[in-house]
Design a protein around this ligand. Sequence first.
Ligand code: LHQ
Length: 262
Amino acid sequence: MNDQLVLFQVSNGVARITLNRPDKLNSFTLGMHAQLREAVTAVRADATVRVLLLSGNGRAFCAGQDLSERKQTPGVVLDLGKSTGELYNPLVRSIRALEMPVICAVNGVAAGAGASIALACDIVLAARSASFIQAFCKIGLLPDSGGTYWLPRLAGAARAKGLAMLGEKLSAEQAEQWGLIWKCVDDDRLAAEADRLAVELAQAPTRALAAIKRAIQAAEDNTLDAQLDLERDLQRSLGLTEDYREGVVAFMGKRKPNFLGK
Ligand code: LHQ
């Protein structure tokens, strides 16, 4: 039996989390949730980490909930709200709250909650052969883990409803064209391109990136007035950072800045 349901490694400011149940398309079990939670907690606690890179092992990114764990048993009331509320929602919230960029390298199919978790990340790269499937409607459910939040915001309500109600496979190329993801790249370039971005972002002014993440997420609900105030407040605190000072000094000195994420 495979006990390492999530692979976790930190080097040079980059934390790499890889979902690791390839034979079941990295679908979520209780055990995988627990290990993923532990890894994200370790990322948050490690001050050297400046970017998180999430991916999947094998031919899939993640096929959502492992349905063998969610079968109806006669006489037992199945509470899907419990697993959504206690497992998936905290995961989505933790990704959104991480004060660093989270890159998702979608190496293959992302279905159900797997698609939602990918879309919760800040920069989503996908292999050209990857796909996104709102599989929920095929088993009588609605998109969860933020699915009904990301889809209309990223793709518009018409496409969101089509995707969620039809559950058709959306190719990575179409996902890029519809603005669901950052980029789709050739399969054999995905790992290298994700690594290149991770290394670049790990050398970026982390606090500015965290502020960008926070502000853009807030913009999903804010009025312009509230957003202008938030930008002012965040800019005020960024103006006090070492990285801002370094950025300006480096620009004036016509040299490359050395950002420390402070
Ligand atoms: C799987 C799964 C899977 C178990 C592939 N479970 N074994 C939240 C809260 C509470 C409850 C419910 O759900 C949620 C959120 C959700 O995520 S709901 C949506 C759950 N996911 C799905 O409905 C997707 C189910 N999977 C599929 O539709 C297909 O596997 C896709 C389209 C992803 C890939 O198809 P194929 O490439 O043809 O692969 P396959 O179907 O042959 O799968 C390979 C193996 O992985 C196979 O096992 P086996 O032992 O027969 O080789 C599948 O049974 C297993 N697998 N997804 N979600």
